[in-house]
Design a protein. Structure first.
Length: 255
């Protein structure tokens, strides 16, 4: 049921609904969005769909050359600025560039992430999955705070995962300095942190009319699986014994 000028909430979406179907009745002309990871996987598909509906899209890029190649065929108002989520100084530079260039931000989509990678350190020695998936996005929101509170109706989306069930945040050893590194526990705590971030941010945006959401997009094959061997994905049930997508997974994007 709708109230006032609000659109009725759709209840007929399911696991096979496409982004174009979700945005079918949306009008995004005049809206500005930041999409991290917007030149690969589901982020690229979101950028394509939102640009088609008239939004201006700002894509932070760690690899400008790859971004140019990926975004080349997409029509619309799309701009890129360099940023590395594992480098907080880089995040702050990006946020300043955006803040100097625009007075509104309607959507912040924290989509970028890494999964089940070998033990790696970023920034001041952070475990990479926690550092990239959570700390980088946390720093981005902090640096963009004046913009986040300046636009009525702002929406922030934090991409979490059912992987959050693997681990709470390991408050006593977030960086795996005392215990052996476990790639799935590390991923799980990073995804839990993403969900907690959205919850806390939404409460802090209340006075300015913004909202934040934590979402799990489902099992989709993208470059996110780059660190996994086929045998492991078969064991997880993501691929069948012939190496084909199982019924649990959605067809993904190769970029």
């Amino acid at each position: 049921m709708s109230t006032g000028d609000q659109q009725p909430v759709r209840s007929d979406f399911d696991g096979k609904t496409t982004v174009d179907e979700v945005l079918d009745s949306a009008e995004l002309t005049g809206k500005t969005a930041i999409v991290t990871g917007g030149y690969s996987g589901i982020g690229l598909e979101l950028v394509r769909a939102m640009a088609k509906k008239g939004a201006k899209i700002i894509v932070p890029v760690r690899s400008p050359e790859k971004a140019r190649e990926s975004l080349a065929g997409i029509a619309g108002d799309i701009v890129t600025h360099e940023m590395d989520l594992g480098d907080i100084a880089s995040v702050r530079r990006f946020a300043k560039q955006v803040s100097d260039a625009t007075s509104r931000l309607d959507f912040l989509i924290n989509n970028a992430g890494i999964m089940a990678c070998p033990e790696t350190r970023v920034g001041p020695g952070w475990e990479a999955q926690f550092g990239v998936n959570h700390m980088g996005h946390f720093a981005l929101a902090r640096a963009l705070w004046p913009l986040l509170t300046a636009t009525p109706g702002l929406r922030v989306v934090a991409l979490s995962s059912t992987g959050h069930k693997r681990s709470d945040v390991l408050w006593d050893d977030i960086q795996f300095e005392k215990t052996p590194y476990d790639k799935w526990v590390a991923y799980g705590q990073a995804k839990t942190a993403n969900a907690l971030f959205a919850n806390a941010l939404s409460r802090r945006l209340r006075d300015s009319g913004g909202l934040a959401f934590s979402v799990h997009p489902g099992g989709i094959f993208t470059p996110l699986q780059r660190h996994l061997e086929k045998e492991e994905m078969i064991a997880l049930g993501w691929l069948d014994e012939n190496g084909e997508l199982s019924e649990l997974a959605k067809q993904g994007f190769k970029t």
